[in-house]
Design a protein around this ligand. Structure first.
Ligand code: PAF
Length: 308
């Protein structure tokens, strides 16, 4: 199977390393030519939970080098999804599946607008990764990846993807209700990401302080209210307990949003707390805590552009 991973971030590198281990043809597509060349030459170096090892997927910024893919995995930040899918269009043929494992809500819709809904598979992953440098990633969290289609169908392509992930040592499951999974993950990100970005605490530290615990409780409650109004069933019964359990399970993780803030990069706030704020306005449900979290993260982002 020819697998093309779009985006050499933390998760893209982690997946590329594992999937190329099992001798599938794995490519990384990176719009940045210099970075693609560096990865092509030196490979991907992994540290952390799976030990230290190097793997050698191919990498290019030129879609002509790659040709039609069997599977495209979109691993860019959500605000880059539109550009990434536009850039990759020529890699998508009649039989190509497009899998998004990105955080937040909105990516399936963006990809769908560009290529139609038929080939899209959504997913959520509990894998954790921290980007250390170009092509250098720390494997920071183990856990299953669950995929599904918006129409609930389970296709032959999904079974092949599951087989390949499992063979590579990445636990994968198929679900018939991807919306419920995406929202269940969204609520975890709503409770953790902005708070870690603002406080600069690792995930595990958030629940040690009364302040963030209180804010987390309010942010999660608002998000659950929206999910209920949209008749979305969550995969756990006690959302706050689940968010706290994820904090504990990923205690040493620097959340993806805190990683962005530390690198002075744009964050995915619009696709996480921003989704709750937008839907709150649409549905007439007050969401003051998510609004404050969103405004603060956007302020930190904007402050990066200020001169010292
Ligand atoms: O975005 C992240 O960092 C992760 O989705 C999570 C679950 C919050 C763990 O760090």
């Amino acid at each position: 199977m020819k697998i093309v991973i779009v985006g050499p971030g933390a998760m893209g590198c982690l997946l590329a390393a594992f999937l190329s281990k099992i001798k599938e043809e794995v490519w990384i597509l990176d719009y940045n030519k210099e970075r693609a060349e560096k990865i092509n030459k030196s490979g991907i170096n992994l540290t952390g939970l799976s030990g230290e090892w190097t793997s050698k997927p191919k990498a290019s910024s030129d879609i002509k080098d790659i040709g039609t893919a069997d599977l495209l995995i979109i691993c860019v930040k959500s605000y880059d999804t539109k550009a990434a899918i536009t850039h990759s269009k020529a890699l998508i043929g009649q039989n190509t599946s497009v899998l998004t494992l990105q955080n937040g809500i909105g990516n399936i819709e963006i990809i769908s607008e560009a290529i139609g809904p038929e080939r899209i598979i959504g997913g959520v992953t509990n894998l954790g990764a921290t980007l250390l440098d170009v092509g250098k990633t720390k494997h920071a969290g183990k856990g299953e990846t669950v995929i599904g289609r918006v129409d609930g169908k389970i296709t032959v392509e999904m079974r092949s993807i599951r087989e390949i992930f499992n063979r590579a040592g990445l636990e994968m499951r198929i679900s018939k209700d991807i919306k419920s999974l995406l929202w269940s993950k969204l609520i975890i990100n709503v409770g953790i990401n902005a708070l870690t970005a603002i406080t600069r605490l690792k995930n595990g530290r958030l629940t040690e302080f009364e302040g963030p615990r209180k804010i987390m409780r309010e942010a999660v409650t608002e998000a659950v209210r929206i999910a209920k109004r949209k008749k979305i069933k969550l995969i756990y019964d006690d959302p706050l307990a689940k968010v706290e359990a994820v904090c504990e399970a990923t205690a040493e993780n620097i959340s993806s949003m805190l990683q962005d803030i530390e690198r002075k990069k744009r964050t995915e706030i619009d696709f996480i707390n921003g989704v709750i704020v937008r839907l709150g306005q649409e549905l007439g449900i007050p969401v003051p805590v998510n609004t404050i979290l969103m405004d603060l993260v956007k302020t930190i982002e904007a402050s990066h552009k200020l001169k010292p």
